[in-house]
Write a protein that binds this ligand. Sequence first.
Ligand code: PEP
Length: 253
Amino acid sequence: MTTRVPMVAGNWKLNHTLADAKQLVSTLAAEAPDRSQCEVVVAPPATALKTVVDTALGSAVAVAAQNVYHEKSGAFTGENSPALIRDVGCSHCIVGHSERRQLFSETDAAVHQKVVSLLEHQLIPIVCVGETLAQRDEGTTVSVVLGQTEAALKGLSDDQLADVVIAYEPVWAIGTGRTASPQDAQDVHAAIRGFLSKDFGASVAESTRILYGGSVKPNNAKELLAEPDIDGALVGGASLKSESFLPIVQAAF
Ligand code: PEP
């Protein structure tokens, strides 16, 4: 019997002014379920983090950064450190999103450094992994996804892994309107959990949340989230409006 509390996280990407962000998070804060039912996380652009944290204060909505640089401080123009995103009140951070891997050349090694640095600063990494369409067609989905997972998590202790959330996001399903079938997604989630069990032990694998991401919408969320190893969703497009995000949250518990 699983005791995993589902998580639904909204990745706002490069969207929303301060006014829009404030309005959206106010609605989510008023409607979010208790954290014991489903953890709701939003990831605004860096410019809106502080506003969103302040607006969500006292509610069940947690706030994530969309990216981080692993160094603590120094001459790294344009970057934000774990200490700084924690300082504005974030509790989570997305790392290794396929857009960062593809458009900004983020490597497995960089993702690993970010995970370690976030955990050192008591921040919860939401680690994205996923195959391209070419890799799926070649039949290498599981090896690609497990390779990214292993690289991101190598050397972590069982205690550290307990704080990590993994998001399986097939690259071909992000922002395209195409979704993995619930069974295809479940198969990859089960493979990730099997890997975690082998490397970190059954107990920590059983308690680690593995989210699905890739064109999750109100009309497909229920089916996906009903799968035994799908513990929530990382949502892009549908997280930009409360009308489409809240039904996905409701579908998770
Ligand atoms: C994402 O960006 O993580 C994502 C899953 O986007 P979308 O839901 O729009 O496919």
